[in-house]
Design a protein around this ligand. Sequence first.
Ligand code: UD1
Ligand code: MG
Length: 448
Amino acid sequence: MGTALILLAAGQGTRMASDRPKVLHKIAGAPLLHHAMASGRALEPERVVVVAGHGAEAVSTAATAIDPNARIVIQDQQLGTGHAVAQAMPALEGFSGDVVVLYGDTPLIRAETLRAMREAREAYDVVVLGFEAADPGRYGRLVTDGDALLRIVEFKDASDEERALTLCNSGIMMASAEHMAMLVGKLSNDNAAGEYYLTDIIALAREAGLSAGVVRCDETETMGVDTRADLAGAEAVFQARARAAALAAGVTLTAPDTVHFAFDTALGRDAIIEQHVVFGPGVTVETGARIRAFSHLEGAHVSRGAIVGPYARLRPGAELAEDVRIGNFVEVKAAEIGAGAKVNHLSYIGDASIGEASNIGAGTVTCNYDGVFKHRTEIGARVFVGSDTMLVAPVSLGDDAMTASGSVITEDVPAGALGIARARQETKPGLAKRLMERLRALKSRKGT
Ligand code: UD1
Ligand code: MG
């Protein structure tokens, strides 16, 4: 049977103290909403409905960027989680499988947990994800009888006895679309908050002769983000998981706690990642490549056997072939570097291609920007670029060409040619010594 997701993302997130809607704040380089939708993807949903309200325009743009098929429902007034789900139901017209309600601000639910909920649906009509809270605070409490869930009581409405319960509601629920529509249709807002509580559907389900049960998960999974401190906490959980997953997949992390992952970082087996490496979105490091300390990578592909850093920066479109060497204080952007090529020191390579086995000397710069347009630099195979060469793009160096150190290359250098573009040296015998003597004499006269 198919599955549909409803993501609740209409809340304001006042406590973030932000101009940006809460669900668009990022962890690991992707919005919270992205993480919530990504965990739901484990159920291979047929439909995805996002309920937007505050910042609806930005939220719906982001949601369709994450999943072009996502349907956006606008909840103009936030009258409660039950009201939000009711608003989403018309977007499930014609769908007859199971519905899972997820929160856009709850980014850490694991795929296994959602699959366990789907399995539990074989035993119960409504399944709620619960957790044992170390500090139950203001969470809704799950009132159970053995394995059966009797009802959920919101903190505001709970008796002292109910507040003493530690099994809490994560908010994540699953039921058939048919039951969900029927149950949210019966909700009222007769409670302490004057809201339509989704949580009331459990008692309503039992009144209708349906069964309800609880699947438990670890508290860290249900962590919701309400404040910047929560955001930092969720980031820490994500990073800890990413590091553990990399280690388990056969990646060496010499100091795991110092490596920062993005949501989509892909590291091959036997890759070695040294201390203080930061991955922005879109990085792939193939098997056996090594990223040395203090490097920053984003939108880059590093092939087998390549070595990057220490202190290197790979920006979007950096495409490194096998056995490439990128050394300290080198920046690469939108450039393909051919197999075995070396850019080892203090260089900027942008909007360029470099052929295999070429060597780029220290301090080389591709001058790619004229203030309005970007221009490309094409470097062939086995080229030797002398130190401190300025390559004023558009410009090309043919295979086996060379440039002399300190050259400002403004014209193409054909295959096998040497480009030299600098003033010829003059040497004045004895002049340095005479100059220094004159300056020192001047200084001592001034001192007196
Ligand atoms: C909810 C649960 C509570 C549970 C807790 C877990 C209800 C009534 N209570 O409480 O049992 O322990 O989550 O974190 O469900 N939203 C909308 N539209 C609305 C209201 C909310 O889209 O009209 C969204 C919010 O943006 C948020 C989510 O639903 O993503 C949860 O709403 P929130 O107000 O945080 O519910 P809690 O009071 O935390
Ligand atoms: Mg909440």
